[in-house]
Ligand binder design. Structure first.
Ligand code: ADP
Ligand code: MG
Length: 367
């Protein structure tokens, strides 16, 4: 089922006299979620991710704009009539019911002709349990399950109604690091097998990048960029997106362009064909540095951390916006840990220019 948000805005009114400022939680958002795909809705806490999700499922009503499922305008449709499955961060299982009863619950709540027979309900509950690999846990209570198992039950409960759209709101936040990795692979597998159009909300860029077909990056209620994870990483539209994606994060320098040369401090690091003169931010991905004794950019060496295949060279430069610069270099390359300075060349496709005022990307051609 294709899902389309058309110019969606959500304004929350001020709650009291003291706190009477309205909040624009989502601001004129247009997002198209192709049928059968998994979309990662990504952004810092408070940027409007949950509000967007709740409008898709109908728990919140947009102040402006329309929501379509396929060709149907569902903007006014009640949540229970939308055919959506919702999973929250805190699994919200019924503690007094067994796993099986928890999974059956949404089916037993169906009314009229939508309500399957008892046998059909059980069949679907067991099939769904198998899909999320909890078949052997059906008679346990939630308190007898690990966090990861509880989250699988919550996912099974959302899937058992065979929703047209699956919505996951930070579903992995309560799990420890290892389980988080494992469960996100599971979610990806389940989504691939069921081909349910899925929106996965997270503030964790690594999580979103690793499982999404497309990511939507949001900031303060406004969509910043939509695209395939690698495309957005390689071609960010603005400084916020460039900074939000990538671990270690992008290195940002304050610099300028003069006569088609990009300068960091007094050093010309790149010749371009087409960039206009002026002050800029220069972003360089950690993997964008090449060690070279006669390289264009000199930095004060702080330390070198070798991590198997790669090493991190931590250095300083007066033009760096962050305290330190982190570059990732293949550890086959020799570097002198006792040196005072390191010199780098910069890979042109790993260097991004941003307007100092608007922080929008300035695209350029390399000479
Ligand atoms: P996220 O999920 O990205 O962390 P939310 O969608 O929960 O962000 O919130 C977006 C903004 O809207 C925040 O500033 C939040 O305080 C505000 N907000 C969310 N829900 C309500 C509400 N029911 N009433 C008033 N303000 C709200
Ligand atoms: Mg949220």
């Amino acid at each position: 089922m294709k899902v389309e948000l058309r110019n969606i805005t959500k304004v929350f009114p001020g709650r009291s006299k003291k706190q009477n400022e309205e909040v624009v939680a989502v601001d004129n958002c247009s997002i198209t979620i192709p049928d059968g795909k998994l979309i990662g809705l990504l952004g810092p806490s408070g940027c409007g991710k949950s509000t967007t999700l709740y409008m898709i499922c109908g728990l919140q009503k947009p102040t402006k704009g329309q929501i379509f499922f396929g060709e149907d305008d569902v903007t006014e449709l009640a949540p229970e009539n939308r055919g959506v499955g919702l999973v929250f961060q805190n699994y919200a299982l019924y503690p007094h019911l067994t796993v099986k009863q928890n999974i059956l619950f949404p089916l037993q709540n169906l009314k009229g002709e939508d309500r399957p027979s008892k046998e059909e309900m059980l069949k679907r509950a067991y099939e769904t349990a198998k899909l999320v690999q909890i078949s052997e846990l059906m008679d346990r209570k939630p308190s007898e399950l690990s966090g990861g198992q509880q989250q699988r039950v919550a996912i099974a409960r959302a899937l058992v109604k065979m929703p047209r759209v699956l919505l996951l709101d930070e579903p992995l936040s309560n799990l420890d690091a290892r389980l988080r990795l494992q469960t996100r692979e599971e979610i990806r597998r389940i989504q691939r097998e069921t081909k349910i159009t899925t929106v996965f909300v997270t503030h964790d860029q690594d999580e979103a990048m690793s499982i999404s077909d497309y990511i939507v990056v949001m900031k303060q209620g406004v969509v910043q960029q939509i695209g395939k994870p690698q495309e957005v990483y390689d071609d960010p539209d603005n400084l916020f997106v460039a900074k939000f994606l990538g671990t270690p994060p992008i290195n940002v320098f304050s610099g300028h362009i003069k006569d088609n040369t990009v300068f960091i401090g007094g050093e010309g690091v790149l010749r371009t064909k087409s960039a206009p003169d002026g002050e800029v931010y220069i972003g360089v991905r950690p993997e964008g540095f090449i060690l070279n004794d006669s390289g264009a950019l000199g930095c004060e060496l702080s330390r070198i951390e070798v991590m198997g295949r790669d090493m991190s060279i931590i250095s300083k430069n007066d033009a760096s916006v962050n305290e330190t610069i982190r570059s990732i270099i293949n550890s086959d390359i020799k570097a002198d840990p006792g040196a005072k300075t390191v010199r780098f060349d910069i890979k042109p496709h790993k260097l991004f220019l941003f307007d100092k005022e608007s922080e929008k990307r300035i695209r350029f051609e390399v000479e």
